[in-house]
Design a protein around this ligand. Structure first.
Ligand code: C5P
Length: 398
């Protein structure tokens, strides 16, 4: 994925610096080469020796190291790379980048470069949310600097919120996506995700318990292989992944319109738990309880089936259409019938009986069914299932 690509990795001074060591390992595993550069603060967390041992080359640390200038000037150092990656990008380092400072090796390299730059911010959540940091992030975005993360989670300081550095494998995915070297580079994939909300009146709606976790993981995995992903999502509880074009919708019919508007695409993955019905006569005003409504009856009408509609399109049908089937009994039989009825190319079937703990859980066990046969995948994290599915899609499109 990164064969022959050279990454200049600038490590900032934050506790997440320890993850950069793993990042070096993963970039090399993907076929790339890494030249590490440690800021003075980074050296409080990791040593140049460990970075250079993992990278298999010298780790640079100081602008005024005259030997380095003789060996390779800082201008050359930054230009000889295919990409500059800043991980962790601390609030201070990002502020320096946004302000154009050049008072140490890291900031000077970032100023001197004309190659693409990717940052992986990591900082305390209050620092992340601080207007000064948000302003700097906006400036960097305007300057064309790509970003991966941060994610939400428990932080080293014990607080919970946004500011955690993206995981090393996500950073590798972002590098691949930026460099356009992924198996799905140049491909457009539409992914639906999350539940839909079908309004009863302006304040009430019918919903389901889908979290959107599997859909988000699939979009992230496809994007990791370099695909341009249009992520059409209902009101999910799991946030969309970074780096995808997000289209937010509420209802099934809005979701269908958004999917149609996103076409053409090379592939479409329909992971959304679309409501099967909507309220026939949505009330324009809040329905009042009272004598007239002690037995309120809602009349429901079937929603359009997005998967079946797109699979049957004559014009603009994506080359590969993937549907999901969440079943509680005769999983394979029902899924195979669905493949035929909806005319999609693959069905990803899973058993959502309560005993499996899959619905709302972190893991999934799926069987991928196509016209040729079926493939049962062992139970694994939703991220792992997503990566395997994305790779299968890439293989099918190649
Ligand atoms: O028929 P069932 O809802 O079990 O089918 C599930 C598959 O169909 C999923 O891929 C889901 O995203 C898709 N679907 C759809 N539009 C609907 C209902 C389901 O795209 N209205």
């Amino acid at each position: 994925m990164l064969d022959g690509k050279r990454v200049l990795l600038i490590v900032g001074g934050g506790i997440a610096a320890y993850k950069s060591l793993d990042l070096i390992r993963l970039v090399r595993k993907a076929g790339g080469a890494v030249t590490p550069v440690l800021t003075r603060a980074a050296m409080e967390f990791i040593t140049p020796l460990s970075a250079s041992a993992l990278a298999g080359q010298k780790a640079y640390t100081d602008l005024f190291d005259l030997t380095d200038e003789a060996e390779m000037g800082h201008i050359e150092l930054s230009r000889s790379a295919d990409m500059l990656v800043v991980a962790p990008a601390t609030a201070d380092l990002a502020a320096k980048m946004a302000g154009g400072h050049a008072d140490d090796l890291a900031s000077t390299l970032l100023m001197a470069t004309d190659t693409p730059v990717l940052i992986a911010p990591a900082m305390n959540m209050r620092m992340w949310l601080h207007p000064a940091n948000q302003r700097n992030m906006a400036l960097l975005e305007d300057d064309g600097v790509a970003r991966v993360g941060p994610s939400e989670g428990e932080m080293a300081c014990g607080e919970y919120g946004p500011g955690r550095m993206a995981e090393p494998d996500e950073i590798v995915d972002a590098i691949v996506a930026q460099l356009g070297t992924g198996a799905l580079s140049g491909r457009h994939v539409v992914v639906t995700s999350g539940p839909t909300h079908e309004p009863i009146d302006p304040v009430r709606y019918i919903a389901n318990r889908s979290s959107g976790a599997q859909g988000s993981a699939i979009a992230a995995a496809l994007s990791g292989l370099g695909a341009n992903v249009t992520f059409v999502t209902g009101p999910a509880s799991v946030p969309p992944p970074p780096g995808v074009a997000v289209v937010r919708v509420e209802t099934a019919s809005q979701m269908l319109d958004a999917v149609k508007a996103a076409l053409p695409a090379d592939a479409a993955v329909f992971a959304a738990a679309v409501a099967d019905w909507h309220v026939e006569a949505e009330s324009g005003t809040k329905i009042k309880k009272g004598v007239a409504n002690t037995d309120l009856k809602l009349s429901l009408t079937e929603n359009p089936d997005i998967l079946a509609t797109v699979s049957r399109m004559r014009k603009n049908r994506p080359g590969l259409v993937v549907g999901f089937a969440a079943e509680t009994d005769d999983v394979i039989g029902n899924a195979r019938a669905k493949l035929k009825r909806k005319k999609c190319d693959w069905i990803v079937a899973n058993d959502v009986s309560p005993a499996t703990g899959i619905m709302g859980g972190d893991e999934n066990a799926v069987t991928v069914i196509d016209r040729a046969g079926e493939e049962a995948w062992p139970r694994a994290s939703k991220e792992h299932v997503a990566r395997r599915l994305a790779q299968r899609i890439a293989d099918a499109l190649s």
